[in-house]
Design a protein around this ligand. Structure first.
Ligand SMILES: Nc1ncnc2c1ncn2[C@@H]1O[C@H](COP(=O)(O)OP(=O)(O)OP(=O)(O)O)[C@@H](O)[C@H]1O
Length: 532
């Protein structure tokens, strides 16, 4: 594949198959699963988008009903778009006091003070200062309404800095705690720039304008769902491109015209190779969980997609970013701005870590004890294990021993089942989920306040992400962590993390010969006073 060339090769037969696949009747369409768009008429799977209204629909039949309804609807019921949105390359950030929204923007000194107070660190030239409200950076009015409807009264610190910086067109490498609102901090500028672009250019041009890649299907589903919510009523459509769902529907959706593609790298490459998708208007490329996306395994696919794009603005995000990732990011684009909020690569302070020394053969019993203890178990909880088979076996054992409903989730399960499991977990029907790394990063599991790390992952980075599932936006959560000699490779870093979080450290971990060196220069760790 040549640099900057579309990856895809047209295949008319396949495209015809896709077009012919459109469902005629509502009853031909299946029920919607968790995270999928739903038909605005009948509630089934919203596989298509009605061009005239921008609504999700399941079939030609429902499209017809929708159009009839809209034709009879009083005019004002359809929310009006703002008369004129600012251009994509206009400066969105208002520096003076008292912009037209009535909100205030900050002087340079005030910006510096606010950054210091909120631990916002910025490296790079001419970076716009932080914003104090969503209305102070000239977002489309409808987007501001959608942000309000989502219940976001104020931007979080990472949003305060990353939104104006991304709106100014700069490429960013952003790190901030798990659960700190990073997703909206890239979606808001993506939606704003895409909607403005569409309003200013030929209405019949429908090539994708932005792309978000993430490592797992679950995370893609969630990001697309949030993008749809925030982009509602704007010229902003999305396509989800993940394995396990039929490619035909995904291709059809893209060919109908979308602004944003959210996908996993493998399926996206596959789709781009087999189908003709023109990427020459794609102006924003987002890598969520960038450290994972630039690791061996994903890196080649990610770079292949990146090279097919015409020098887009890049937005790279994670809670854990190493110097190596920073170097790679700088090699992707010149003048990248680095934003970090709080202490990089550290666990979220709102998660209380409770490490327990448990020999491998006793781990199961320890888990059952916790799950059966009213004092220690806080459902719904996620139990992280190291293997797919381990996840199946352990959730089975939890069911048999505790009598509690428990399900496992991992990459070998079919997509449909994974969606259903997530749905019943999020609806509170299942108190325990045993998961591999597929639920370790990025997923926003509202309601989860307890994580049990049964098998420590291979790296401390993954550990930081896993325990991060126990807290969203600073709400307190706990992470019970099983440790034993088998995790000796992680001891120095683990002890470091536990020390810096003020967690009690098990005696066996402190005394281990694999740890001892790491204490020689350290101070102030807490010794465990009570056994768990
Ligand atoms: N400004 C805001 N006000 C209120 N809630 C918000 C705001 N921004 C985001 N949220 C909510 O906070 C939660 C966490 O956000 P999000 O999932 O984006 O975190 P994250 O930083 O991406 O975490 P992770 O690193 O774990 O992926 C979500 O439920 C989101 O809807």
């Amino acid at each position: 594949m040549e640099d900057n060339q579309p990856v895809a090769v047209a295949c008319d037969d396949e495209i015809n198959d896709v077009v012919n696949d459109v469902k005629e009747r509502s009853r031909d369409q299946r029920e919607a699963l968790l995270g999928e768009p739903t038909c605005v008429i009948c509630g089934r799977y919203g596989e298509y988008i009605c061009d005239e209204t921008d609504d999700d629909i399941c079939s030609l039949e429902c499209k017809q009903t929708l159009l009839c309804r809209v034709a009879n609807r009083p005019l004002l019921v359809v929310p009006p778009l703002p008369e004129r949105l600012p251009g994509a390359d206009e400066c969105f950030y208002v520096r003076e006091y008292g912009d037209k929204s009535g909100s205030q923007s900050l002087s340079n000194d005030q910006s510096d003070l606010l950054r210091k107070k909120l631990e916002i660190h910025v490296k790079g030239d001419v970076v716009p200062g932080p914003i104090l409200s969503f209305s102070s950076c000239s977002l489309p009015q409808r987007l501001i309404q959608n942000i309000e409807s989502a219940g976001y009264d104020m931007p979080t610190p990472v949003q305060m800095q990353a939104i104006p910086a991304a709106l100014s067109g700069k490429s960013l490498l952003v790190s901030a705690d798990t659960g700190s609102g990073k997703t909206a901090s890239f979606l808001v500028p993506v939606i704003s720039r895409c909607a403005n672009f569409r309003l200013q250019h030929l209405p019949n041009e429908k090539k994708p304008l932005a792309m978000v890649l993430t490592p797992t299907r679950e995370l893609c589903i969630q990001v697309e769902e949030q993008a749809k919510l925030l982009g509602k009523g704007l010229p902003f459509k999305t396509a989800l491109v993940v394995g396990g769902d039929a490619m035909a529907g995904q291709v059809y959706r893209i060919q109908q015209g979308v602004e944003l593609i959210v996908g996993t790298p493998g399926r996206l490459i596959d789709l781009l190779i087999k189908h003709d998708v023109e990427l020459d208007d794609t102006m924003i490329f987002v890598l969520d969980e960038v450290d994972c996306m630039l690791q061996r395994g994903f890196r080649d696919q990610v770079m292949q997609i990146f090279r097919a794009l015409p020098q887009p603005q890049i937005l790279l995000y994670s809670a854990t970013i190493s110097q190596e990732v920073e170097k790679m990011a700088s090699s992707m684009v010149k003048d990248i701005v680095v934003v970090s909020v709080g202490k990089p690569n550290k666990p979220n302070k709102a998660v209380k870590q409770l490490p327990i020394w448990v020999e491998s053969k006793k781990k199961k019993q320890k888990l059952f004890d916790i799950l059966m203890s009213k004092q220690h178990f806080v459902p719904p909880a996620i139990v992280y294990v190291g293997s797919r088979l381990g996840a199946d076996l352990l959730s089975n054992a939890v069911r048999v021993t505790t009598g509690m409903k428990s399900l496992s989730i991992h990459g070998e399960k079919p997509m449909k089942e994974r969606r259903e499991i997530m749905k019943s977990f999020l609806m509170g029907e299942v108190p325990v989920i045993v998961a591999t790394g597929v639920l370790g990063r990025g997923v926003d599991l509202l309601g989860v306040r307890q994580v049990i790390v049964f098998d420590l992952p291979n790296s401390i980075k993954e550990y930081v992400h896993q325990i991060g599932r126990a807290s969203r936006l600073g709400e307190e959560g706990t992470a019970i962590v099983f440790v034993n000699e088998e995790n000796k490779n992680l001891f120095p870093e683990l002890v470091d993390i536990l020390k810096s979080s003020g967690a009690a450290i098990p005696r066996e971990l402190i005394n281990s010969r694999y740890t001892v060196g790491s204490f020689s220069s350290g101070k102030g760790y807490k010794k465990r006073k009570h056994g768990c």
